[in-house]
Design a protein around this ligand. Structure first.
Ligand SMILES: [Fe+2]
Length: 341
């Protein structure tokens, strides 16, 4: 089994004068907690850039970009032979106080793609994220390639559309590809397989590309453990099954997570199945113990800061809700109160 240090290298691609030397993780394993580290460690997403080189002809080169405001790991996955590539779980910059959406992060990654000479073929989502706005539509407009997501996105759309007053007609062209369970497709010479990883959300899928899996929020780094399962359609039992499904992959497979919430280390996107089996205490619990633990932990977690804007954008594949009659875009925020006002 390869070591953490052997997975990480400075990449050959760069972004001008930005300091792109890959940082070395201090330590992967520590006390499990969901409390995040400071969100101000990096001046730009490019500074968190890491490259995980291909290890064999059937293994992708992976570039990770940590988005510090939402603790999201964004990925470019590339076939080393053809340079065909996919984007996974990208992020728009959103300032809720001013209602401003910008593309600074996405534009840095676009510059990176151009410098590396990568051929973007797919834009992939692991699920309808509730904590950040997807940049899928922005990239789609740049590359004119399909946006793919698991077929159960329709379940999530049906749950949330009435809450936000979205008509079913507004989802007609939200996604280009609705993947079936275990559907396969090619990325250059690499085989990609879509696996259903429900539990965090009902639509959640992972992408097994060569000997790497992109897990989204179905598992986190060993010292963080697992994601919450209390969103509508979420389920701790299903999440446990999804984690075990990942653990059934060969121990050498790389697992790239959708978020990282480090406490006393730098953000790290990757572990191996073997490392997870050895050190992730959430996986090592029995199913009943995990369900009890997960449900009690979720009870004390607050709603994600960008919950409502994220869902209204992401169930439409990164498109904003339709504008009003004056061409103005806005998000709805449902209010709960027992007070007559
Ligand atoms: Fe999520």
């Amino acid at each position: 089994m390869f070591t953490k240090s052997s997975l990480i290298s400075s990449a050959k691609c760069s972004l001008g004068s930005l300091p792109l030397k890959a940082h070395q993780p201090k330590r992967l394993l520590s006390r499990s907690t969901l409390r995040p580290t400071s969100a101000r460690q990096y001046a730009s997403v490019a500074q968190s850039f890491q490259c995980y080189p291909s290890q064999s002809p059937d293994s992708p080169t992976v570039y990770s970009f940590f988005e510090r405001d939402t603790f999201t790991m964004q990925y470019i996955v590339s076939d080393p032979t053809t340079k065909d590539a996919a984007l996974i779980d990208t992020v728009l910059d959103y300032d809720p106080a001013s209602g401003t959406i910008s593309t600074t992060t996405a534009d840095e990654i676009l510059a990176f793609i151009g410098k590396c000479g990568l051929n973007i073929k797919y834009i992939l989502e692991t699920h309808a994220h509730a904590d950040h706005l997807s940049a899928a539509r922005y990239y789609r407009n740049k590359f004119n390639v399909p946006v793919g997501v698991g077929k159960r996105i329709s379940t999530v759309q049906e749950i949330f559309a009435p809450i936000y007053g979205l008509e079913s007609s507004s989802f007609v062209d939200a996604f280009d590809l609705l993947f079936q369970d275990d559907e396969s497709f090619q990325l250059g010479a690499l085989n990609c397989r879509v696996i259903h990883l429900g539990g965090h959300t009902p639509d959640h899928v992972g992408y097994v590309i060569g000997q790497s899996a992109f897990t989204g929020d179905s598992i986190f780094q060993p010292d963080v453990g697992s994601a919450r399962s209390d969103f509508p359609g979420g389920d701790a039992k299903s999440l446990y099954s999804s984690m075990q499904r990942l653990m059934a992959l060969p121990e050498s497979y790389r697992l790239f997570v959708g978020h990282d919430y480090p406490v006393d280390r730098q953000p790290i996107p990757v572990s191996t199945v073997g490392e997870q089996l050895l050190s992730n205490n959430h996986i090592r619990k029995g199913i009943n113990e995990f369900i009890s633990f997960r449900n009690s932990r979720d009870l004390v977690l607050g709603a994600p800061r960008l919950l409502h804007p994220s869902l209204q954008t992401n169930i439409r594949g990164g498109k904003l809700p339709p504008p009003d009659g004056l061409g103005r875009f806005s998000f709805r925020i449902p209010i709960t109160t027992t007070v007559a006002l």
